[in-house]
Every structure is written in C-alpha cells, then in structure tokens.
Write a protein of this length. Structure first.
Length: 82
C-alpha cells in the first residue's frame, strides 16, 4: 500500500556473492552502508542478502557502488521494487 500522493520508498534487495571466508566481514561493512535496513548471511548461490530502502531510484547506483567497493565482494544482483 502506498501512502497518499504516491510517494514511497524504493526497496532494493541486493544479492551478494563474496570471496570464500569473507561473508562476516562483508556483512559488517554492508551494515554501515547508508539506507541498508537488514543484512543476512544465507545459503545458496549467494552468500549475503541486503535489504535497503532508498527515497528515490536515483540513489540506486550509489548504494550498489558502496557495496561493491568492499574487497570481499565478487558480484551482486539487485532487485528493485516497482
């Protein structure tokens, strides 16, 4: 449900693959990234999932770049709410 006026936060779900043994340090880094709400270590093809709320789609690139800058991150895949 959207607030009146149609203004709402954009939810990003960032799936993160990290180098072996780097998941804990990566989680610690991502928890400090602005607008990230939750970070989880998970099983499966990805090692970490981050959930973020950003005020507008224009902030998407900056948030993902701040995750990519950490040395343990190998790749990400991002899903954005529509």
């Amino acid at each position: 449900m959207f607030p009146s006026g149609g203004n709402h936060m954009v939810v990003l779900i960032v799936l993160i693959k990290v180098k072996t043994g780097q998941a804990g340090a990566t989680v610690d880094h991502i928890q400090k990234v602005k607008d990230v709400q939750n970070v989880y270590m998970v099983t499966g093809p990805y090692d970490v999932i981050a959930i973020a709320d950003i005020p507008e789609k224009a902030g998407f690139r900056k948030l993902v770049e701040s995750i990519h800058e950490f040395p343990g991150v190998e790749r990400t895949e991002t899903c954005m709410s529509i």
